[in-house]
Design a protein around this ligand. Structure first.
Ligand SMILES: [Zn+2]
Length: 109
């Protein structure tokens, strides 16, 4: 499960950046095209956060849809699935956004 490694990296990055003894809330953005399962991240988060400043923190995950430009019909389409397909049926789509996983905000006690 690669979400465990991802969650570990996120938690380490937050702990590195925020030198507070207790973090109460962490908001993550996981793009719908990132291929990362938010439920798995939630599950791993409790394990990884144990014994750190993030233990017991509220984990907020927002999942923005992605967007892409179709080369067949030229439109910009919203993409909510990792299988990138335009409404015209073409898979010749350049992904513009939605693949990102990032920390949006952190709240401390
Ligand atoms: Zn198209």
């Amino acid at each position: 499960m690669h979400e465990l490694g991802i969650t570990q990296s996120v938690v380490e990055a937050v702990l590195d950046a925020v030198a507070e003894p207790r973090i109460t809330r962490l908001q993550l953005e996981i793009g719908k095209l990132s291929g990362v399962m938010p439920d798995s991240v939630r599950f791993c988060f409790d394990l990884v956060a144990q014994g750190t400043a993030l233990e017991g923190a509220c984990l907020d995950i927002v999942e923005p849809a992605g967007s892409g430009r179709c080369h067949a019909c030229g439109i910009e389409c919203e993409l909510s699935d990792p299988i990138v397909l335009c409404s015209c049926g073409s898979a010749d789509v350049t992904v513009l956004s939605g693949q990102r996983l990032r920390v949006r905000s952190v709240e401390v006690a």
